[in-house]
Design a protein around this ligand. Sequence first.
Ligand code: MN
Ligand code: MN
Length: 485
Amino acid sequence: MIEYIEYKEKQEVITMIRETENLDPKALAKELLNDRTHGAAKAGAGELQKADAFAEGYKAFMNAAKTERETVTWAVQAAEAAGFEPLRPMKMYQPGDKVYYNNRGKALCLAVIGKKGVKKGVRIAAAHIDSPRIDLKPIPLYESSEMALLKTHYYGGIKKYQWTAIPLSMHGKIVRKDGTEITVNVGEKEGDPQFTITDILPHLGKDQMGKTLGEAINGEDLNILVGSLPLTDGEGEQQFKLNIMNILHQQYGIVESDLISAEIEFVPAFKAVDIGFDRSMIGAYGHDDRVCAYPALEAIFDCGVPEYTAITVLADKEEIGSVGNTGLASEFLNYFIADLAGGEGWMAHHVFSQSTCLSADVTAAYDPTYASAFEAGNSCYLNRGVGVAKYTGSRGKGGSNDANAEFVAQVRKIFDDNGVIWQIGELGKVDQGGGGTVALDISRLNADVIDVGVPVLSMHSPFEVVSKLDVYMAYKAFKAYFLAE
Ligand code: MN
Ligand code: MN
């Protein structure tokens, strides 16, 4: 039987109001209303300094790992240095054992076995390591009007006009027919050449400027400039294309058809830098979602021997719907848990049904310049700590996970008990649009899931902005969650 708290009788309510008339409204507000103290004031100088130190490590990571493949390579190296070993399926692990599973160099699961093993459930922090970018088409190289260019197919949700007239670098992998692999990275090292997508000058931009922002640049306009000299003195067929192919052949030993079996990504060549006279923020390409991946990694490295088994997942393909076998809609996390559970004689679903997960993904930070897109009272703000979202989605929570109240209560207690500065918010106004995360992919496995991540300005642009304090609070949040009893 449900036991409700009966609402008071009319006369009781009237008496109650009279009795509270002499209360101090200030004291009452402090007791009853949400704390609106600014994050910097809550944190104090000591925490702000720790946040700044944490940001230095984060910026170095951001410059070293700009794609999902580079992030997995970086993370595996860091994990091995921290004592992690490749997972041996069905092995009976002991508390404190550290294992990882590298899924095709593009996604990664890491676990620190807790004192309770996995049979009482695990704690998962799941971030994604792919970001919006410019991919190459299978037959990319062509020449036109004495220039060599690459045809592209953009990846993820971008505002295409933002990707013209900025410096780009090339990252990725080419696999020859015989299986030999070439890893490429051009444009990041000091002295490297860089690349760019051209735009029309304003003097001649009349037609373009008359279009809407969404139509001004279309997908077929995102062509990357890679050369402007012919192979010889201009004699013969396709001398401009041939000159570039010849350089690539000399450099990498590849022919044009090798680009068919390649994953080449062009990303902004910007380095991560401090933003603001007060140096309180970080500007970089791809904060979404490496700004959650890095704290989730550092948290699992620093969690000692936790009570419950701690798991950090770094997933690919979130930006295009978590598809493919390296995205979280695949079963790879399920199999990872099954392999751990098997060692203790359990099935994966026994573990998942008692597990919880922080879906570690960014949220939109309130931007006063675009205030009309946000509902000010339910938005996340820069410097107010790590952002919690009970639900995401669009058109009435469509495509969201919508965490259970019981689990939300657990999470806020963990954060409050451990000095984590946090806030809750929605991604913009109700009917303004929306977005999704990996939360629903993990909730499908019957775990309790909530979104927890860093608020971002200019999300999905080539140069996103976050606050150092919020990044550090994400780290504190994931660590506190892993260590909670
Ligand atoms: Mn994201
Ligand atoms: Mn995104």
